[in-house]
Ligand binder design. Sequence first.
Ligand code: NAP
Length: 642
Amino acid sequence: MDFDVEIQPVTADDDMLRSVLADADLPPLLPALAAVTGDLTMLRDDLHLDPLHMQEPQGGWTDEQVATARELAFEAIRAYRDGGSRPAPSPSGDDLGRILSWMAGTELSGTYLPMLTEELATGAADLRAPDWLKADIAPDRDFRVAVIGAGMSGILAAHRLEQAGIDHVVFEKNPAIGGTWFENTYPGCRVDVMNHVYCYSFMQKHDWPQYHSSQDVLLDYFTSCAETWHVPDRVRFDTEVTAAVYDDVTCTWTLELDTPDGDQTLEANVVISAVGQLNRPKFPDIDGRDSFEGDWFHSARWNHELDLDAKRVAVIGTGCSATQFIPHVAEQASELTVFQRTANWLVPRPEYQQELPDELLWLFDHIPGFSNWYRMRLFWRTHEGALPALVVDPDWDRPTEQSVSALNQELRDLLTLYLELEFADRPDLLAKVVPTFPPGAKRVVVDDGTWARTLKRDNVSLLTDDIDCITPTGVRTADGVDHDVDVLIYGTGFEASHFLTPMKVVGRRGIDLHAHWDGNARAYLGVTSPGFPNFFYLYGPNTNIVINGSIIYFSECEVHFVTQCIRYLLEHDRNAVEVKAEVHDAYNERIDEGNLQMAWGVSGVNSWYKSESGRVAQNWPFSLLEFWEQTREVDPDDFHVV
Ligand code: NAP
């Protein structure tokens, strides 16, 4: 896979330029052209990008503003072409700040600028790479890191460790790279975040085939990244870490491994768990589940051998996974019965399954840095995105299950209108699909009209009755009706709150991590817990996002912090760092307060964001910038240093 954009000189005539610009996304194009020409005057005040309208096409500009912007873009590309397609030196300092601020529609200052500069990563810059080498700071020290998992986070950790010259090994239970994108192969599986932001900041890919690529394309992307970094050479595939045990005397971890050659052990100074949150399939606790005599499987373990043609199929669940595969099953099955416990909010996204248009690809190929600015504008749009609409207004007087603020109600009205339009001809279905919780209390489902089209099919029934039990022949609902089927598919999600299970982790003085968490996983900065020195998590407790940002950004921040901890150990010739309990507890109090101010924290609806105790164990309630800030540097005062 080629990650570099091979920029070609502009030779197109004026007519061709005008046709390329006819539907171009202008808010990211003008910053790119300002950067490439060095002429910042095109970023005019009368083309202010209002942050309140940033989700709208062309940033909510009027037709007149769009025409002005298009003309400015045309003149700039023409001048660039006529000047021999020679880009100006990359902007930096104040100029870069000005371009970023214009793109954001607000004066950016402080840490925003370094954070966004890292994300922009023009010229494939890798500004989050470690700027230190073990060979320089601790050349003679034996030091080894074990990474558990070779998915999106694990391969990133391995790459950063390699860049710093740290000896490491990665254990992967599967036979290949990819984690969730390796395991989830169900039909229709695709990323519900725009692809240009769902990639590493320093390994940006511009020529995605679609705005939201399918699983095979994503698996190929992550595999190619890993291969580019030679990560597979450091991975022990088909090897599951069953336990990690800390030795208080040597300050090392012993990993117990289930390998193709039998049980083994390995010692490491630091362990990085990159096992993900959404990878252990969850089956519902429904009576009679084992009695079903037909074929059955979970969405994350799709049975591709089983032909669903002309079969009677039942699906339990209507979350993000199920809404992706149900349309495909509906095309094959003779009858499809969908069991929905909770209706989800649909977010309309017409381009969800569309291919990138040639005009956009032309701009990526001919305007240096445009693909970075395109990604940057998406990053900015999604970065806090609709988050303010999910914040609880304590004075809001409507029931929490309806909305949590005036803005949240506005969002609810918009999303309800979408459902009313989609199901206008089917009031029976409309009554079933309007959610009874505030937008943002659960993950939204991205939709391009497929969901309504599917549910309206003659061979599809949407049932909202409670499930009483599973019988040898199908599913019995609470009204006593038996729904007999040949195949039962569980789209029932993952054991998300059971972080790190089924691995046993034993820390200082024999503390068991799962006993310590007691079903309520917590961590400091999402990456480490008191009692577990030198043990770090990626995508750990309270590092998930609901409606804004991309989880890859979080992994990049977390890996940066963990490598900073390793650097600290090496630079100061220390054996271990362990977060202080009081620091961890104060941090988590703040996280809990933050989550209680969000729609997902106050709503009583079912969701995988909560542990059994009802605490939100998954989500990060604050801004993306704040996560970046808190993972920048290690404060030794926060840790016991051994
Ligand atoms: P999920 O969101 O947890 O959905 C599970 C579904 O099963 C829900 O509809 C749930 O109903 C239902 N269910 C569970 N137990 C049940 C029971 N006992 N009886 C009836 N229904 C039951 O799982 P998911 O759809 O696999 O998605 C998990 C997360 O993975 C997503 O939120 C998303 O973050 C990620 N994901 C991402 C993508 C993507 O990017 N393309 C795709 C898929 C998943 P309730 O709602 O009532 O609990």
